[in-house]
Write a protein that binds this ligand. Structure first.
Ligand SMILES: C[S@@+](CC[C@H](N)C(=O)[O-])C[C@H]1O[C@@H](n2cnc3c(N)ncnc32)[C@H](O)[C@@H]1O
Length: 448
C-alpha cells in the first residue's frame, strides 16, 4: 500500500486495505475525530486542474498531445467526465512517450486507474447485453453501455493515438481508464467567489478509495474555502482501524448506481428505482395510453421507492407524486382538465387499475427474466461474465416483491390498502422522488 499512500505524499493517517464491501477501502489508522484528511488542489484532478497541468506539461515537453486529443475525442456537446477521461488518456500517452518524468504522483495515479478492478457492464459480453436489450429495450441507462460498446470510438481513439504518436494504448486499456474514472469521480465544490461555489467532477487521489454506504456513512468531504483544499471529515469519533464510509449520493437510484459504480446498494434505508413503462418500447397492449402519456409530456417511467433492511428488499411503494401518467385511465382530455374534474373515487379507481396493469406487466417480465437468467448462467459457464446477472437478480427481486405485495394487499379502489402500495403528493416519502433522469432516450441501438 505504500505506493498508494505516496500519492498524497504526506503522512495521511489513513490506509488503503481490503474492505468487507469488496475491493479496497480507506481506513483510519488511529482513533480520529474531526478532520481525517486534507488534500491540496495540486493533488486533485478536475478539468480545471488538468488544464493547468497539461499547459505546464506542454510548455515543458513541447508535445501538444492533450490539445490534439481534446480536439479528436471531445468535439461533441461538452461533458465534464469525458473531458477528464481525455486528459487522463493524454497523460498516459505522454507517460508512454517518456514525457512524464518528474510527475511521480500523476504516474502513480495513472497506475491506480489502470489497475482498479471494476465490476460493471463494460466487462460483459456484447451478445448478453444485446439479449437484455431485446428484453428491456426501455432501460436507456443500461442500453447506453451497449451503445458505447457497439460504437467504434475507443477503437478509433486507440488508432488515432498510434497513428499520431506511434504509442500503443490498447482498447482494453482505454476502457479500463474510462470505467475507473467514472467509478472514482466525486462531485467536489470549487470556490468561484467569496460566496459562490460550483461543483466539479473530480478525481481525488486517496479519498477515492473511500467506499459508499448511506446508512453507515461516518465521514463526508467538503472544500476548505480558506485554503482550497478538499477535506475529509469524520461525522462522529472513529476508532482506529475502522473503514471510512462516505456517501456518493444522498438518494440512490439503483440503476444509476449499478451502471456507474457496478453495485446495487443494499444498506438499510430507502432507495429509488425508475422502471421504464408506458410503452415507448414494449407495452403494446396500451399503445393508445402510451401515446397519451407521451403527448401529455408525462413521465414515461414509473418510480418505486424501495426499503432495504439487513441487505433485503423488505418493502416498496410506487411513487406517483407529480406523475399523472395514469390520468389517461380516467379520461383522455389534457391532464390538468382530467385531474380537475376527476372525483376521488375516479382517481382511486384509475390508480387501482394502474396497479393491475403494472402487475400483469411485471408477471410477464418475471417470466422472461427467469429465462434470461438461465441463459446468462449457461453463457457465464462458457464465457465467464457476471455483471448482467446482478442486474437480472435485482429486477427479479423488485418485480417479485411487487407481485407479493399485490397478492397480500389486494389493493382496490375505496380501500386503504391502495395507499399501502402507492404514494402520492403529500406523502412523507415523496421527497425520494427523483426527476426521471433516464428512460427517455429513444435513439436506436446500432444494430436495431
Ligand atoms: C471510489 S471507488 C472506492 C474504492 C474501490 N472500492 C477500490 O477498490 O478501489 C468506487 C468503487 O468502490 C466499490 N464500492 C464502493 N462502495 C461500495 C459498496 N457499498 N458496496 C460494494 N462496492 C462498493 C464499487 O466498485 C465502486 O465502483
Amino acid at each position: 500500500m505504500e505506493t498508494l499512500l505516496a500519492v498524497n505524499s504526506i503522512d495521511s493517517g489513513v490506509s488503503v486495505g481490503p474492505s468487507q464491501l469488496g475491493g479496497l477501502g480507506l481506513f483510519v489508522d488511529k482513533d480520529t475525530d474531526g478532520e481525517i484528511l486534507r488534500i491540496g488542489r495540486q493533488h486533485i484532478y478536475s478539468i480545471y486542474t488538468c488544464l493547468e497541468l497539461s499547459q505546464k506539461l506542454e510548455n515543458q515537453t513541447q508535445a501538444p498531445v492533450i490539445r490534439s486529443l481534446l480536439g479528436f475525442y471531445c468535439n461533441g456537446p461538452p461533458n465534464e467526465t469525458r473531458i477528464l477521461i481525455c486528459y487522463m488518456v493524454g497523460f498516459e500517452v505522454l507517460r508512454r512517450l517518456g514525457k512524464l518524468e518528474g510527475f511521480k504522483e500523476l504516474q502513480k495515479y495513472l497506475d491506480i486507474l489502470l489497475s482498479t478492478e471494476i465490476d460493471n457492464l463494460w466487462q460483459d459480453e456484447e451478445p448478453l447485453l444485446e439479449s437484455y436489450y431485446e428484453l428491456e429495450p426501455g432501460n436507456s441507462l443500461v442500453n447506453a453501455t451497449l451503445l458505447e460498446k457497439q460504437s467504434d470510438e475507443v477503437e478509433e481513439l486507440s488508432k488515432y493515438i498510434f497513428e499520431t504518436w506511434r504509442v500503443t494504448l490498447q482498447e482494453h486499456e482505454i476502457r479500463q481508464l474510462v470505467a475507473a474514472i467514472r467509478s472514482r469521480t466525486l462531485e467536489v465544490p470549487r470556490k468561484i467567489s467569496d460566496d459562490e461555489f460550483s461543483v466539479d467532477i473530480t478525481l481525488v487521489p486517496l479519498l477515492d478509495f473511500a467506499n459508499h454506504d448511506n446508512s453507515k456513512q461516518n465521514a463526508y468531504f467538503d472544500l476548505d474555502p480558506e485554503t482550497d483544499e478538499v477535506v475529509l471529515l469524520a461525522k462522529r469519533p472513529l476508532s482506529g482501524g475502522s473503514e471510512i464510509l462516505i456517501s456518493y449520493t444522498p438518494v440512490e437510484e439503483m440503476t444509476q448506481m449499478f451502471v456507474t459504480y457496478g453495485f446495487y446498494p443494499r444498506s438499510d434505508g430507502l432507495k429509488v428505482v425508475d422502471v421504464p413503462f408506458w410503452g415507448y418500447y414494449h407495452f403494446d397492449q396500451s399503445e393508445e395510453l402510451a401515446q397519451y402519456v407521451f403527448q401529455q409530456r408525462q413521465p414515461t417511467n414509473l418510480q418505486f421507492v424501495l426499503e432495504y433492511a439487513d441487505g433485503q428488499l423488505v418493502d416498496l411503494f410506487l411513487n406517483m407524486a407529480s406523475n399523472y401518467s395514469f390520468a389517461g385511465l380516467i379520461g383522455t382530455d389534457d391532464v390538468p382538465t382530467v385531474m380537475e374534474n376527476a372525483s376521488e373515487e375516479q382517481i382511486d379507481a384509475a390508480l387501482s387499475a394502474l396497479l393491475r396493469v403494472v402487475e400483469s406487466f411485471f408477471k410477464e417480465r418475471v417470466e422472461h427474466l427467469e429465462k434470461f437468467a438461465k441463459f446468462c448462467d449457461d453463457y457465464e459457464a462458457e464465457n465467464g461474465t457476471k455483471n448482467i446477472r446482478q442486474l437480472v437478480q435485482f429486477q427479479l427481486e423488485l418485480y417479485n416483491k411487487y407481485l407479493d405485495k399485490m397478492q397480500q394487499l389486494v389493493p382496490q379502489a375505496g380501500s386503504d390498502s391502495l395507499y399501502d402500495l402507492i404514494m402520492i403528493d403529500g406523502d412523507e416519502w415523496v421527497e425520494y422522488r427523483l426527476p426521471p433522469v433516464y428512460n427517455f432516450v429513444t435513439r436506436k441501438l446500432a444494430r436495431h
